[in-house]
Every structure is written in C-alpha cells, then in structure tokens.
Design a protein around this ligand. Structure first.
Ligand code: SF4
Ligand code: SF4
Ligand code: SF4
Length: 206
C-alpha cells in the first residue's frame, strides 16, 4: 500500500470510527427505555441459531413468527468488532448458488435483502479478494428470521451476527410470546440499568 500507510493502519482507522459510531448508537438505544425498566432480550448463547455446537440443526424462525409486533421486534445485528469482514460472507451470499464471472456466489442469502455490503479501508481494485468488507444489517428491512445468524457461525463465519430484541420496537408484553414458544428458553428479562450484561456489552451496534 502506498504513502507509507499500511493496510493494517487503514483498517484500524475504519474500525475505530465504526466503534465510536456504534457506541453512539448504543447510548441512543439505551435512552429509549427508562433506567430500571425491565425489558426482554435474547440470550445469544442459548438461541439455537447462534450458539455453538449446533451443527446440522435447522434454523429457528420463531422469533419472527411468534412476536406480537408486525415484522417482529427481534432483528439481526452484526457486531463489527467480531466480524471477519470477509470477501465471501456466508451470511450475505448464498454460498450454494452458482458462481458468477467474478468468482462470487450469484445469490444473496437474506430473503429480505436486508444486508448491505461495502468495501472499507483502502480498496485494491486489482485484487478485490484482498479487501475488507463491512456488512450492515438494515434493520427496517430485517424480520429476525435468523438465516444470516445461523450462516455466520464457525467454521464458515465468526458468529458476529446475533438476534436481539430491539427495545424501541418491543411493546414489553408481560409474558413475551417468543419466550413461551422458544424451545431453548433463550428469552430473559433484565433491567435497562444492566446495560453491561454480557450479551449486550459485546454489541457495538445495538
Ligand atoms: S425462538 Fe429461541 S431459539 Fe428460536 S430464534 Fe428465537 S431465541 Fe432463537
Ligand atoms: S435475520 Fe433474516 S431478514 Fe434479518 S438480515 Fe438476517 S437473513 Fe435477513
Ligand atoms: S415482549 Fe412482546 S413485543 Fe417484545 S419481543 Fe416479546 S413478543 Fe415481541
């Protein structure tokens, strides 16, 4: 890379900017609910779409189908900190589809086209496979179906995409309909003040 700027330097700048943006979004997210208010959340270590050791299990779409909110209050989010910024992201591309002239899968995985792919850092047009890519979930399109979450698990992905209850969409049912339906007891309640509970704290983009 020219001008004495290494690819690592360039990525570092982008990541720092992304984390700052993510922290700003997190603050905005938290003030949507009063401190001390009890809210529902998905425990990503229990959700069958994201937890480790679930090879071969079918994707679970109950967060989409059971929520009382139209299109669901559960959406996928991508933790940029954990994302590998892959050239061929298995959550973005349907990696079983035919390969096109660029050597990329010809179909996307998301049925709602809710994931945006953007090259970040200094782009080498001669070698696109050597660039980094940012994958952003467009939440207004997402319905929390979990397909991308399941595809982003190891060994193909790094598990950076998870499902989360979006508290600006959730109507705080006394008994969350998803929690009743979830076969893995993955919905739990916590106070908004518990903002640093692990499954939230790892998300730079709420
Ligand atoms: S219902 Fe439970 S297992 Fe199914 S997607 Fe929702 S949290 Fe995951
Ligand atoms: S959860 Fe489903 S709708 Fe949302 S981004 Fe992933 S694949 Fe698309
Ligand atoms: S509490 Fe109600 S609105 Fe919120 S995620 Fe559960 S079912 Fe959906």
């Amino acid at each position: 890379m020219s001008d004495g700027i290494t690819r690592r330097d360039a990525l570092g700048r982008v990541v720092r900017g992304t984390v700052l943006l993510g922290l700003g979004s997190t603050a905005g997210f938290l003030i949507n609910k009063a401190e001390g208010q009890v809210v529902w959340q998905v425990d990503t270590s229990r959700c069958v779409n994201s937890r480790l050791g679930e090879a071969g299990a079918e994707v679970c779409m109950l967060c989409t189908t059971q929520c009382v909110v139209a299109q669901s209050a559960v959406r996928a989010i991508n933790s940029f900190r954990d994302c590998g910024r892959c050239y061929v992201c298995p959550a973005y591309y349907n990696i079983r589809s035919a390969v096109d002239e660029r050597g990329l899968p010809s179909e996307k995985l998301c049925p709602r086209d809710a994931i945006r792919r953007t090259p970040i850092g200094f782009v080498d047009p001669e070698d696109p496979a050597n660039n980094f890519y940012e994958y952003v979930i467009e939440e207004e399109k997402c319905d929390g179906c979990g397909l991308c979450v399941k595809a982003c698990r190891e060994p193909l992905g790094l598990g950076s995409i998870v499902l989360k209850v979006r508290h600006n969409l959730c109507v705080d049912c006394n008994r969350c309909a998803i929690s009743i339906a979830c076969p893995h007891d993955a919905l739990f309640q916590h106070k908004v003040a518990d903002a640093l509970e692990p499954t939230l704290a790892r998300q730079p983009q709420p």
